[in-house]
Design a protein around this ligand. Sequence first.
Ligand code: NDP
Length: 327
Amino acid sequence: MFKGILIEKDDAGYRAELKEIDEAVLYDGDVTIRVAYSTLNYKDGLAITGKGPVVRRFPMIPGIDLVGTVEHSDSADYKVGETVVHTGWGVGEVHPGGLAEKARLKSEWLVPLPEAFTPRQAMAIGTAGFTAMLCVMALERHGVTSSDGEVLVTGAAGGVGGVAVSILAKLGYTVVGVSGRPEESDYIKSLGASEVLDRSDFTSPAKPIAKERWAGAIDVVGSHTLANVCSMMKYRGVVASCGLAGGMDFPATVAPFILRGVTLAGIDSVMCPRPERLEAWRRLARDLDASKLEMLSSEIGLSEAIPVAADLLEGKVRGRVLVDISR
Ligand code: NDP
């Protein structure tokens, strides 16, 4: 038995509880891990509260991220005692995840803890930080450079947004954040944004084309926000779209794409192929300041994860939330 959060769905309804879990709940995998830290991402909030159809097998341990020590390994790639990091691959959705003392995963999903990071720092990054890096890499791949003009980041007080602002600022881009929390403006500026715009400027239905402003953009919100961002892109600007915090719809026209040559780059971290995964972790080691990472992360114990998951969905949580599994 081991301690963890278990999501169950049956005649009594959908519920997440902190409890003693039987090892039989774990699925097949060639590496068993003693989990040290997990995190709370938007998706974990949806899973724990049941507000989104994230969990597709029951019972399920949520937690799409984890870092921990290998306790048992049938893989030639990982030895007992080694520290490993996991993000994505449907863990916490269709395969039991990181918000528990123990996890059993497939070795091909894991990456060794990058030398540049402590286990705690790797989780302060987690899926959200990893996704922010993938977004920045997509802007670069499509040719956006720091001399092209301002880069916009929506949801800047959240996890993906905060890491994206920090990385872009370190790379020399002029970053403008968007936030619905004016009280977090100073925090977003301290991560490197030169300006913070109000979320309400982006939530009305978008015109097909608006005044050109952004050379690049990273959007975590979707819906009208993404449509407005696309309409404001400069000629040949690039938008990396990774999130749906404001809605899954995309009420836009093709005008920005066919009149301004705008590129909409889709970002998925879950099934990201291993070479790009390793490259993103290498880039995070180089392009994300440890001091910024500390500034944008807070820590809770496993016993607090259920209520904080609900707060996260209500937009009350700032930056990244680390979960210490031992308390
Ligand atoms: P967070 O909750 O940490 O951040 C989301 C931020 O979005 C909030 O802090 C808030 O920022 C803003 N926001 C929330 N609700 C709304 C709304 N209704 N309208 C406009 N803005 C809103 O979540 P994460 O950073 O973990 O994830 C962000 C998004 O990215 C999620 O949709 C998540 O599912 C997605 N995601 C996708 C991944 C992928 O692989 N494609 C991987 C990781 C995340 P503020 O208060 O500053 O306005």
